[in-house]
Write a protein that binds this ligand. Structure first.
Ligand SMILES: Nc1ncnc2c1ncn2[C@@H]1O[C@H](COP(=O)(O)OP(=O)(O)OP(=O)(O)O)[C@@H](O)[C@H]1O
Ligand SMILES: [Mg+2]
Length: 465
């Protein structure tokens, strides 16, 4: 299927050879309280002729890994190797398509596409010819002299593709290229790209794409690589042996989606949900949940209570993929709520299935006042940050500024993560009537439930009643 590279002078490796590799790749970002590891021990090879999807929860480092592979940011340790040579600086064999298109509004479609060629030292006529060819290939003919603002989102993203493809990169990289598009436009564009890829007209040797959408990964990729939410080796690698075009309704497709759901939600060896978990050296030992090693999932009470009620209506159990379908959600939207239900002891994930526990069932069936009480008990048991807020308020005459907790969290989380942690803790604690929060002065005040709560020994040792 590959164009003939007769003559033997070509440097292009044959199909299936390693083009690009990450070797023991690690990457951290500087946080307020020190280095925050995002990637660690990543080994990954990209071979000619394949589409590889990087799948993982929000914050698992998908974009970071892609940017390292593209040489847009340097590896922390380990290396990225392109055609056998360790990368330093931008990867000369890659081009990137971004979620947000990243077009220059004052340039026409053709000029935007030609931007991709600027660094290549081509003459003007050559640039124009190459750009028009890419514009044609991607279905933009007739739009060459249009400005981005005259185009729909789908057409804008076509410009993004044309700009990347015009350089005929060895590896096309895409970071959630369809997620800013409406459902139908996205599906159409995916289909067209896959057709081009299958037809051999695609001027690139491999594709690496980031997605948080399991179905999109199974639809498009030859290999799906799952990143762990905690920095560490890849969580799983799945070959997708389905012929193209793929049928979303086929049982084999559904089975792969289910298995990926299982992997994405599974956290067998982890003490708590790892949505944002970056336990630093300061984190408490396993078994003693702290705000540092037990990050709260980004899920509001309304969402998680709603999910519990839907599960109850389904007889206390349901396939996660079916739940997402029924709710019109993607995995990223659903998983934080699933994490929250698990953390609070209201549900467990088994295989690709979510099952309500007796506590969760009680929570779903209770009236508002009872459900608040059940929720308060679960939160105080399982959410260390909420417990910390309550015990701190009890010690400090009942009121405290949010800044106090931000400082406490600064050694374990980035600023953005701290805001998320406090948002969830505040939402949960308020609903449970443990404390109130006034956004004006950013102040927490003890509520009835919090004032009445007494620190007890751990659950196992607690006296009955
Ligand atoms: N430039 C940066 N400086 C500091 N922290 C960063 C930076 N970029 C990313 N992070 C943090 O690193 C972690 C991984 O981010 P990254 O964008 O790679 O994840 P992702 O898997 O692509 O997430 P999403 O699905 O939300 O796009 C996140 O916690 C993020 O807040
Ligand atoms: Mg990302």
């Amino acid at each position: 299927m590959d164009p003939d590279t007769a003559g033997g002078a070509s440097a292009r490796p044959a199909d299936g050879e390693v083009l690009l590799a990450a070797r023991a790749l690690a990457k951290s970002y500087a946080g307020t309280g020190g280095e925050l590891p995002v990637l660690a021990g990543i080994d990954l090879e990209i071979r000619t002729g394949e589409i590889v999807a990087l799948l993982g929860r929000s914050g698992s480092g998908k974009s970071t890994l892609l940017r390292c592979l593209a040489g847009l940011i340097p590896a922390g340790s380990g290396s990225v190797v392109y055609r056998g040579e360790p990368l330093s600086g931008a990867n000369p064999g890659s081009a990137m398509v971004f979620q947000t298109f990243a077009l220059l509004p004052w340039l026409t479609v053709q000029q935007n596409v030609e931007l991709g060629l600027e660094a290549r030292g081509l003459r003007r006529a050559e640039r124009a010819a190459a750009a028009l060819q890419a514009i044609d290939l991607i279905g933009l003919d007739g739009f060459a002299s249009a400005y981005p603002k005259e185009l729909s989102g789908g057409m804008r993203q076509r410009v993004g593709f044309a700009r990347a493809l015009v350089v005929e990169p060895d590896v096309l990289m895409m970071d959630e290229p369809f997620s800013a598009l409406d459902v139908l436009t996205a599906e159409n564009l995916r289909g067209e790209l896959l057709e081009l890829w299958e037809s051999g007209q695609f001027p690139t040797r491999a594709v690496v794409m980031v997605t948080h959408n399991i179905e999109e990964a199974v639809l498009m990729a030859d290999r799906v690589v799952v990143l762990d939410a905690r920095p560490g080796p890849l969580k799983a690698v799945f070959d997708i042996p389905l012929a193209r075009p793929r049928d979303r309704g086929a049982p084999a497709f559904g089975a792969l989606v289910d298995r990926l759901y299982g992997v994405m939600t599974g956290r067998a060896q982890e003490p708590g949900p790892a949505l944002l978990g970056r336990p630093g050296p300061q984190a408490g030992g396993p078994g003693r949940p702290t705000p540092a090693n037990t990050p709260l999932p980004q899920a509001g009470v309304d969402g998680l209570a709603g999910l519990a009620e839907i599960l109850a209506r389904h007889g206390d159990r349901c396939e996660l993929a079916d739940l997402a379908d029924e709710l019109g959600l993607e995995v990223d939207d659903l998983l934080p709520m699933v994490d929250a239900l698990e953390l609070l002891g209201f549900a467990v994930v088994h295989g690709g299935e979510l099952l309500l526990t007796p506590e969760g069932s009680g929570f779903a069936d209770a009236d508002v006042q009872d459900s608040k009480k059940i929720f308060a008990g679960a939160v105080l048991d399982a959410a260390p940050l909420v417990r910390l807020i309550v015990t701190s308020l009890q010690r400090r005459e009942g009121t405290l500024r949010a800044g106090f907790f931000r400082d406490l969290l600064a050694h374990h989380y980035t600023g953005e993560q701290i805001a998320q942690q406090l948002e969830t803790a505040t939402d949960w604690g308020r609903y449970a009537a443990l404390f109130t929060y006034d956004a004006g002065p950013e102040q927490y005040t003890l509520d009835e439930g919090g004032a009445a709560w007494h620190v007890r020994p751990p659950r196992a040792a607690a006296p009955a009643g």
